[in-house]
Write a protein of this length. Structure first.
Length: 213
């Protein structure tokens, strides 16, 4: 099911980028041309055209961000650490929060399933944190601990009861755990009400991964 979901994410992302995104870009150009050729129109009309152009540009930006979130080309071509850093920056800008990303000794080349697993865990963890933690600062760390790759997402927010959250299936915790399990890793969640939350995904790095690094 996860593999089918990723294939659908990729298809939708490409559709958004190659079709919807390009059509919006063309509309922005046409609105600009209309605005430049509208000198004989009332000021209110020219102002309305400018406002429409701005709104269209904002929609185009949102569509591009959605496309990147569904399928990261940086993850595919530039590696996990670069993709995570870029996502944290984009997420910070979109949500008006501070996400501090740090990485240590991360191999430049990793198996695709491991990279995708940890990238999705990061996305889910940050989205949950913004919705439920009540704080605006988050720390993300990706490090190679000699025998495994470890992703940590931490906040000092309101926290939650882990047992209840796992039962409710409302925070995507089951999905994260299943993804990590598929790459023979483990997911740990340390959280208590009013004491913050730390989510840590640890995935073993086999000899093949290290040999290609």
């Amino acid at each position: 099911m996860i593999e089918a979901q990723e294939q659908e994410r990729t298809r939708i992302a490409r559709e958004l980028h190659d079709d919807i995104g390009q059509r919006l870009a063309l509309l922005i150009i046409e609105l600009e041309q209309l605005r430049q050729n509208a000198s004989d129109l009332p000021v209110e009309v020219r102002s309305c055209i400018g406002a429409l152009q701005k709104q269209t540009a904002e929609i185009a930006t949102d569509v591009q961000s959605m496309s990147h979130e569904l399928h990261s080309s940086k993850l595919e071509y530039l590696g996990l650490a670069v993709a995570m850093r870029a996502f944290c920056k984009e997420f910070s800008d979109q949500q008006n929060v501070e996400v501090v990303f740090a990485q240590d000794k991360v191999p430049s080349t990793l198996p695709q399933d491991i990279s995708l697993c940890l990238f999705r865990v990061l996305q889910e963890a940050l989205q949950n944190a913004v919705k439920h933690s009540g704080v605006r600062h988050f720390d993300v760390e990706l490090r190679d601990t000699s025998n495994e790759l470890q992703l940590t997402v931490r906040d000092l927010g309101s926290g939650f009861d882990v047992g209840q959250a796992m039962k409710s299936r409302g925070l995507g915790l089951i999905s994260m755990a299943e993804r990590v399990k598929l790459v023979e890793g483990r997911l740990s969640i340390d959280s208590q009400p009013q004491r913050g939350t730390t989510i840590r995904a640890s995935v073993p790095l086999n000899k093949v991964a290290r040999a290609s690094a």
